[in-house]
Each structure stands twice: as C-alpha cells, then as structure tokens.
Design a protein around this ligand. Structure first.
Ligand SMILES: [Zn+2]
Length: 213
C-alpha cells in the first residue's frame, strides 16, 4: 500500500496475485512430512521472486508467511490489488490413496447455467479469460520439461463451486500442483529442482499472458 502511495504513477501494466493456499492453523493436505500450507508458500515465493524481476509486472502475495487467512480476505486482497489475474497454489491428496491419481491440475471458473442470465453474464468474460489463460498454460505445459522430462501428469477442469471463484470477479486459476498421495508426484515435490522448474514455468506463463494485455 505504502509503495502505491509513493509511486502513484507506477510503470506496472500487469498485476498478478499469487495466493499460497491455507496457512497458520489450516494445514491443508498432510502426508508424512509434507504439509500443504508450507509447500504452497514455498512455491508461491519462488514464483513471486521470479516475477519481481520482470519489468511491467507486479506480483502480489496474499500471504508471505505462515498465517491463517480466510478465503474472504484472499478475495479482498485480489480486488484491492486490482489484479489482472490471480493464481491460487495448492497441493492435493487422493482420499482413496490411489497412486495413479497424480499430476498438475488446472481449475478454471465455469459458467453457472443454473443462474439467471443477467447474473451469470457479469462473470461471462471473467470465465472466458480464465479459460483462455488456463488453455494457454496447458498448451505450454505439454511442451515443457515438466511434462516431457519429469513426466508430471496434467489435467484441466471446469469448476464453478470453488469458493475463491465465487468470491472474486477477477480472472484466475486454482492450481493443484501435485498429489502428496502419489509416490511419483511425491518424488517430484520433494525435489527442489522440480519446484524451481514449476515456479519458472508458472512465472513464464504469467509473463506471456502479461504481454498479451
Ligand atoms: Zn489446498
């Protein structure tokens, strides 16, 4: 906030909010020594550090430390930042412990056809822009080493019931980076190089999107 006051005519043209899932008393998924709230913060920091070096891009974190943060406050932070885009970072577990449930999952907000047209129309463009960004991320991902070398799987889903999508009108995606219950994914997540590669991939995807604005 202070920064904005000091530099009212900032040269930033694209603002992205990086939202590290969970935090504080909300641990998120836990599997052995792996705790989602710590992983999401670590990856979010890596993404933010990379984006901070890119001209024209302002990368804001919803939380930069281990603290409890209600979804309503995250949504408020996204709105107050006047963000062009937000990315919520999560890690997953499969409740049935299925080893074959694995990989990165991209969730984008979808139209709610049960709503009256005048209500859903306001989110129509937000949803379209979110999908377009998600699709661009998917296309880049399938060519990236995360997929071709690491063999880290990928799925993409429409989702209209996620609270963060309901509380914001900003284009955004929720990323489930991998499954703590999958031995393959766990080996990736425990490897610092994988997290660095993932952070670089996500940051570069944001940079490409910013260039389209
Ligand atoms: Zn989560």
């Amino acid at each position: 906030m202070l920064f904005l006051l000091l530099f009212p005519f900032s040269t930033y043209s694209f603002t992205v909010v990086i939202d590290a899932g969970h935090g504080g008393t909300e641990k998120g998924a836990v599997q052995g020594s792996l705790i989602e709230k710590d992983l999401s913060l670590r990856l979010a920091r890596k993404i933010q550090t990379r984006l901070a070096k890119r001209p024209g891009i302002r990368a804001v974190m919803t939380r930069g430390e281990d603290r409890t943060l209600p979804i309503e406050e995250r949504a408020r932070a996204i709105a107050e930042a006047k963000a062009d885009l937000f990315l919520s970072i999560h890690f997953n577990i499969d409740v049935f412990m299925l080893a074959e449930t694995r990989g990165l999952e991209i969730y984008y907000p979808a139209d709610d056809l049960a709503k009256a047209p005048e209500e859903s129309l306001s989110l129509y463009h937000r949803n379209n822009r979110s999908f377009a960004f998600g699709k661009m991320m998917r296309d880049r991902y399938l060519k990236s080493e995360l997929f071709t070398v690491w063999k880290h799987d990928l799925n993409m889903f429409a989702q209209r019931d996620l609270k963060i999508f309901r509380l914001t009108a900003t284009p955004g995606l929720l990323l489930e980076i991998g499954y703590l219950t999958s031995p393959d994914d766990r080996a990736h997540i425990e490897n610092e190089q994988f997290l660095d590669d993932m952070a670089a991939f996500i940051a570069e995807t944001v940079v490409e999107q910013a260039g389209k604005k």
